[in-house]
Design a protein around this ligand. Structure first.
Ligand code: SF4
Length: 355
């Protein structure tokens, strides 16, 4: 059965043509789905009653089912959404001064196995289809229209570049001017470092890139992020140099500071050398200690010293305070055991966090 929310505007035009209708019906349908945010095809008042009924019978719409919604004391909102097969994903809305940033999931769980990440501990269940990716933004806009979602970051559950085809379709849907009309300049795709797909992404979409780097030697990174054994730092940095950046953009390098693991002055200097020749900015993220993860938060003075070294070497570097810690919405904390999908009993992290 075709999920028409997984189709781009062009594909909907083709679908309508294949059904013996005029192509512009596809554009109308796309607009009603994504701009007017209908939850039933019977609400398309531009179509005759007979056509509405025909389409509704042929293409059932699957909405994300809200399993849980939590609001942090700092304004961050986290949703657990149920999918049609009962699996559950999480989506996080992070308020900033004049707008909000939405952190979107691309897979159920993740196969990359990064040692510091709770999502990695879930293992991999499946890729999200384009509809399931884009509908996270649709549902959040429906519910939180006052929070002005401006930025989209693909940094939720999963490795986006391991689901590149569906990700690209979702970006096409989300940025289309007849649909949600997000600016591609406000979209950032984050990756643990699947080097060939980084280049492919740059050739296929004009979006920002964030690299979860987190280590400055292959020895360190092999342990923290198994992807490094396939694409070591030299290969990763080479792919970053080849990435086709949108104009006036820089690649963001995320660097999680783990006490006594990767937070030394030597690490800071090595990081600077790695980024040589790459238009870049660095986000330092002091690790959030969490039950079940062995790493420790760095000392505050270590974080500041790390930042100072990088600044003295002419880097733009920000210390990113994790938001939503009290609802387990911070970086690396998205986790949902995939049980019966009924909610309360599967929401392990939330219950731990608030205990
Ligand atoms: S950090 Fe990202 S790529 Fe690594 S396991 Fe977690 S979700 Fe997957």
């Amino acid at each position: 059965m075709i999920d028409i929310r997984s189709l781009t505007c062009d594909e909907l035009e083709e679908l309508m043509q294949d059904r013996g209708l005029q192509r512009f019906r596809g554009r109308q349908l796309f607009k009603w789905l994504w701009k007017n945010r209908i939850d039933s095809l019977e609400k398309i008042t531009e179509f005759s009653v007979a056509l509405r009924q025909e389409l509704a019978d042929a293409f059932p719409l699957y909405d994300l089912k809200q399993v849980r919604k939590l609001r942090s004391s700092d304004g961050t909102v986290k949703w657990a959404f149920g999918l049609s097969d009962g699996l559950i994903i999480e989506t996080v809305l992070i308020p900033e001064r004049s707008h909000s940033t939405l952190c979107v999931s691309t897979q159920v769980g993740c196969a990359m196995g990064c040692r510091f990440c709770l999502t990695g501990r879930m293992g991999f269940h499946r890729n999200l289809n384009p509809a399931e990716i884009a509908c996270q933004a649709l549902e959040v806009r429906r519910q939180e229209s006052a929070m002005h979602v401006r930025n989209i970051v693909f940094m939720g559950m999963g490795e986006p570049l391991a689901n590149l085809e569906n990700l690209l379709k979702a970006i096409d849907i989300m940025t289309h001017d007849l649909g949600m009309n997000f600016s591609s300049r406000r979209i950032t795709v984050s990756t643990s470092g699947i080097a060939p797909r980084i280049i492919e992404l740059g050739e296929s979409a004009s979006v920002g890139l964030a690299i979860s780097l987190h280590a400055t030697t292959n020895e360190q990174r092999d342990v923290l992020m198994p992807v490094n054994r396939t694409y070591p730092l030299e290969t990763l940095m080479d792919a970053c140099r080849q990435f086709r950046l949108p104009r006036r953009k820089r690649i963001t390098f995320e660097y999680l500071l783990l006490r006594d693991i990767n937070d030394s002055a030597a690490d800071a200097r090595r990081l600077s050398r790695l980024l040589k020749g790459i238009p870049s900015k660095i986000n330092l993220i002091p690790f959030n200690e969490y039950p079940g993860l062995d790493y420790r938060e760095p000392a505050e003075e270590t974080v500041l010293h790390f930042q100072e070294i990088l600044k003295s070497l002419d880097h733009t570097v920000i210390i990113r305070k994790s938001k939503g810690r009290d609802i387990a919405a911070a970086c690396g904390q998205l986790f949902h055991s995939q049980g019966t999908g009924t909610g309360a009993e599967t929401y392990l992290i939330k219950d731990n966090a608030l205990a």
